[in-house]
Write a protein that binds this ligand. Sequence first.
Ligand code: FAD
Length: 312
Amino acid sequence: MLGDLIAAGIPAEADAPLGARTWYRCGGRAELLVKPRTVDEAAEIRRRSADSGTPFRVLGGGANLLVPEGVVPGITARLAGPAFEGVRLEAQRLEAGAGVDLYALVTAATRAGLAGLARVAGVPGTVGGGIAMNAGGAHGALGDRLASATLLDAAGRLERVPPSALRLGYRTSELGGRLVVAAAFLLEPEDPASIRARVRERLALKKAEQPLAAKSAGCAFRNPSGASASVGDPQDPGSWAAGKLIDAAGCKGLRIGSARVSERHANFVTVDAGGRAADVLAVMDEAARRVADRFGVALEREVAVWTTRPSP
Ligand SMILES: Cc1cc2nc3c(=O)[nH]c(=O)nc-3n(C[C@H](O)[C@H](O)[C@H](O)COP(=O)(O)OP(=O)(O)OC[C@H]3O[C@@H](n4cnc5c(N)ncnc54)[C@H](O)[C@@H]3O)c2cc1C
């Protein structure tokens, strides 16, 4: 496959560092990391991987991803570069490529005096990953503002679909193996100064509550109640936020090797510089086990954990 891609002129790297490209900055490698420069190249790669039965994955900003030590089999594609990082304004519509950083998206909307994206202020990652995860917070999710998404399927076909086709939920989507290559958001005109003030306020709140300087992938688990911000019934642990459950199970500060449950926000599992993804996974598993034992609530991971095979 590597030879085929190189022959086709598509940038590809065998045995490429992958964990190092995530916000955890640790973990395994990609058997083959490809960086298509155009949508046509992305379609070609997707088609070839499907035809040859080669596993295929897409990496966004790596802000919600843990790659255990070892090798991710098959192709990992990264949609970066000018073809995937454009932002275009058309009246109240903001169109962005999948590789656009969410920070750049929020900034572009703010400058243009278009409101509706402050909900992802301070959320790291890309437009593609943001839609795949339906990123957001207490004030709503990215998908709430989505007008359409352009998807690439396994046969290399492009299709522009409405948000309803993605079955967006609380930190979930159903892309059916398709890649997001671009998205359009429908926003509302507002004075840039007041949007900027809202963005700053959300950033300050996030900074106060979350260990943003530490290496993490944001919230480790989804809230069991299925809601972003749940007040919760004091008598019903199933309605509590994941962080509250982990804290109440006595896990704040729980450390295994290089990873631990954050003291500041119990739903963040952080890792030391030069640490191990295996330790992060062990801390997540142990926290989930203690919550299940203590409260009978099964936590579901929000962080995507990719399967690796042992390094040769
Ligand atoms: C400090 C910190 C704070 C965070 N705070 C928040 C928060 O407040 N709210 C929140 O929702 N999240 C938060 N997160 C998690 C993360 O920022 C979001 O989930 C974000 O949307 C991930 O985007 P990404 O591009 O980095 O995706 P990645 O981590 O690269 O990928 C995540 C998943 O999306 C898939 N994916 C990526 N790109 C595409 C594409 N183009 N097409 C199809 N699938 C794709 C990947 O295959 C993977 O399964 C935080 C993370 C960190 C590190």
